[in-house]
Structure formats: C-alpha cells, structure tokens
Design a protein around this ligand. Sequence first.
Ligand code: NAD
Length: 361
Amino acid sequence: MAKYKIGVLYGDGIGPEITKATVEVLTAAAERYKNTELEFVDLPMGWVGIEEHGDPMPQYTKDALKETHGWIMGPHDSAAYPAEHKANRNPSGELRHSFDLYSNVRPAKTMPGIESVAGEADLVIFRENTEGYYCDRNMFVGVGEWHVTPDVVISSGVFTRQAIERIAHEAFRMAMKRRKKVTIVHKANVIKLGMGLFLNVCREVAQQYPEVTVDDYHIDAMAAHLVRRIKDFDVIVTENMYGDILSDLTGELVGSLGLAPSINTNDNLAMAQAAHGSAPDIAGKNIANPMGIMFSTVMFLDWLSARHDDPEVFQLARHMESSIMATVAEGICTRDLGGSASTNEFAAAIVERTKRTYQEV
Ligand code: NAD
C-alpha cells in the first residue's frame, strides 16, 4: 500500500469553490485504487492565513508542506491584501521561491466538446519559475524593486545560466517524448544581455538533443503566431513573465482561461495550481470553472507516479482525466465554456462519471 500525503491550500476568491470540487473528484476517483491511500492535509493561506497567522503564506503552512509529497494550491487574491502583505512575495511566489519550484509546466490542448477559437492545439509551455522579470523572486532579501524618487522606480530582471539550463533541459526532455520540437521565446533583440543569455543558453542545451528541431521567436511576434497557427507549436520554453502571459493566451485560445492547468516542480516536490487567479468578479457565485485546477491535479498525479515509480497512481490520473473529459464531451460544463452547470453540479457530474469510467488496473 502506497500512502501519499497531499497538502490542500484552498486560497481566496473562487479558490475554495474550485479546490473543494477538485478534492471531491480526486477522492471519488481514488476510492477504488486499493493500493493507494491519499491523505489530505488542509493548510491555511491567503485571507485565512492572514486571519489565523497574520501572514498570507504562514511559516506554519510552509513547515507542514515539507512533510507532504506535494500539494494542490488554489489561487490567491494578493492584489487585494493589506499594504503590509503586498510588500512581500505573494503566496504562490513565496512557495515557488522557498521550495525552488523552478519548472512551471503549462499545457494547452483542445478537447472534444470545447470550442477552440484558434483551431487544433496541443502544446506545453515550460516557464522558468524562479527569476526573470518577476522581480520579487530575484532577491535573497528584498523584492527587487527600488523607489529611487517619488516618480522613479527601477524593477530588476535576473537571468542566470543555472536557472536557464535546468528549465531548458526540462523542455528538451519533454520534447523527446513528444514531437521533438522546441520553440524558444525571448526578446533578445531589445533585452540584449538578459534575454540574449536566455536564448544562447537554451541553444547550447539544444546541442545535447540533436534529434530535436529548434526555432525561436520574439515574445511579441509569438503572441501573433499563436493566434494564427497554434497547431505548429509543441514545446515552448521561455522566461518567467513571458510564460505567465503566453499561457493565459493559450488557455483562452483553446477554450477558456478557466481550464488552463499547471504544475510547479523541482526534483522532489510538486505543486498543482491552475494558471488563472482568484477571479474576484465571479467569486462566491458557484459558477467558476474548476477544470484548470482539476487538470493541474491530474498533472500532479502523473508527476507523483513518475517520482515514486507507481503505475497505480498513473492509472488514477487517467481515470480522473477521462472522467472530466467524458463529462464535458456530454455537454456538461460551466458558463465560461458556454454551458449552464454550476461549479458544484459540474463536480457532481464528474464524480458520477468516475464510477462509470473506472477500469481495472
Ligand atoms: P484572474 O485570472 O483571476 O481573472 C481573469 C478573468 O478570467 C476574470 O474575468 C475571471 O472571472 C476569469 N476567470 C479566471 N479563472 C476562471 C475560472 N476558473 N472560471 C471562469 N472564469 C475564470 O486574473 P486577475 O483578475 O488579473 O487577478 C485576480 C486576483 O488573482 C489578483 O489578486 C491576482 O493577484 C491574483 N492572481 C493569482 C494567481 C495565483 O494564485 N496563481 C494568478 C494570477 C492572478
């Protein structure tokens, strides 16, 4: 019997609604896998963290996460926190930084029952997750911005060979399992040193993967290419902020930002986290799409299965994934995808399908 301890951070805004739906679906799917035991550990973050511990990412939570095999994280509403908390890294930035979760993997794939405004797509963005233009990640102490005069601010970008090499290797390893094609996205024509290093180091790493075809685009042109011909792209590697922006675009192009998943990893830990934020405009209305965080959890299970060499968890991942897809294919979805199901109704329909789609391991 393999036992996995999974942290659950519900977060702010729509976070509690979509995270609860995800845990329900995972619990239902896991029910029949007798050699796998999942233990969920609820941990405070966001507004609950502020109320209970005076911190949106309490030390208590970080300490508890060290004892887990990984965790599912709902979105935070950091833009709404009181000024003293805004001065620090936001909760997900804090976890990415303190656990060195250097690889943020963000797939975008068309699926039956969901209209894609850009046609067929199946790509994966590898976003460097620890430095680049996310200035609060760049510093050992401080937030990487300087208020020089009331009207002058300097914000830092940091690019290091070590960080670029490891995300590039992640991207190329994935490319070897897919269409053997990597696209490097940068802005080396203007940010000559920082993005120049990013491009050059990615190209150096590429030489270790001679079977992989490599091309590169400037970030602005890449946005246009994705809209025009998304199907031509397979694995994309880019820096922190460009990856964040491009993945919102690709999520929306294949259906909705609400279904865009992601996983943050290092070699020992993983954090499942939808690409979107806390969606304050629809929070508390029971209409949010939980697919982003659900598919992030499927990615987490895949990572867990590979990390612990556990084929039953791989099977569980397929079971959860096919249950979600079967539900959508039957026309049941939330309103961002043109459906009428509430978050709860959608989750209940998936739970129902976990019983139908079960296959013997
Ligand atoms: P957002 O992603 O929360 O919302 C953008 C738009 O997409 C909104 O119209 C929203 O209703 C919609 N949307 C997002 N997720 C959806 C879902 N699951 N289902 C249906 N519609 C969905 O971006 P924002 O408005 O820029 O940010 C709101 C807050 O979220 C801010 O405080 C921001 O700092 C925070 N944020 C957190 C994360 C994170 O936790 N990783 C990421 C991005 C933004």
